[in-house]
Design a protein around this ligand. Structure first.
Ligand code: ATP
Length: 254
């Protein structure tokens, strides 16, 4: 059974009103455990809508999104919150760290909510922090860390609960290109250890780190490219060509 299965997913905003917007028409794809998938598409193509449905933050109007055997559309709000805590990790463009908490307490947040014993939290952090290169900044506050360090703290917060699926929304959007590369190497590494990742991105360079890239257009999966045995540069060229075909020449090669 795949980890994630989207079956004829449709999303209409303001369905019953005159200003109804069909953001997703018929989305079908599956993601196996251990995959690393990028999702690309023009602005307004429905990437955030799709991410929100996979994240249990919004519900499809039609079809099904099934994660780990759970139909996400049937979760009540409190069940969805619990499901997110237990199964999902999130990394956003703007880090979303709480300024009033130290980096360490930010990372602990999902475990505190899950009532994990302190010893267990400390042990997991000691495992994770050196891998992410953040051991030296754990007692600092987010404002005292660089953008790249803040993003690594956000990644630690997403990974510490050992999620089935890591969902990343433009994770490199606020980073310079060197720091972006570090983050993408980090994703590559955690994926290499079995972490399933789905990343929405505008950047063909970022997508070229994923093993598969899905392209959304007109509310459907328009195309998909597997990295397979391609070297990263050739794969990025193919992604870029697909984006050019999709957007009529507007691809962002950052
Ligand atoms: N809450 C909402 N109410 C009504 N329409 C919405 C809402 N959110 C998104 N839309 C519309 O749904 C469509 C898809 O939007 P979405 O934000 O998913 O696109 P996107 O691919 O993430 O865009 P971007 O790359 O610019 O972030 C757009 O036409 C958008 O205007």
């Amino acid at each position: 059974m795949p980890l994630l299965k989207l079956n004829h997913v449709k999303k209409v905003y303001n369905e019953k009103a005159a200003n109804a917007v069909t953001a997703l028409k018929d989305i079908n794809f599956t993601v196996e455990k251990g995959e690393y998938v990028a999702i690309m598409g023009e602005s307004g193509a429905g990437k955030s809508t799709l991410l929100n449905i996979m994240a249990t933050l919004d519900k499809a109007t039609g079809g099904q999104a099934i994660l780990g055997g759970q139909d996400l559309g049937t979760l009540k709000p409190d069940e969805a919150a619990r499901f997110r805590r237990e199964h999902l990790g999130f990394v956003f463009q703007d880090f979303n760290l709480l300024d009033s908490l130290s980096n360490k307490d930010n990372i602990f947040l999902p475990l505190v909510l899950a009532k994990t014993p302190v010893d267990e939290m400390e042990q997991r952090l000691q495992e994770l922090a050196p891998k992410l290169g953040i051991s030296q900044i754990l007692d600092r506050y987010p404002v005292e860390a660089s953008g790249g360090q803040q993003q690594r703290v956000a990644v630690a917060r997403a990974l510490i609960a050992r999620p089935d699926l890591l969902l990343a929304d433009e994770p490199t959007g606020a980073l310079d290109s060197a720091t972006s590369k570090q983050l993408l190497h980090l994703f590559d590494e955690v994926n290499g250890k079995g972490q399933t990742i789905i990343m929405v991105t505008h950047s063909t360079a970022a997508a070229s780190y994923a093993k598969r890239t899905l392209f959304i257009k007109d509310g459907r999966i328009y195309h998909e490219i597997f990295r397979g045995d391609l070297d990263q540069r050739t794969y990025q060229e193919q992604i870029n060509n697909a984006m050019v075909a999709l957007t009529g020449g507007d691809a962002d090669a950052q």
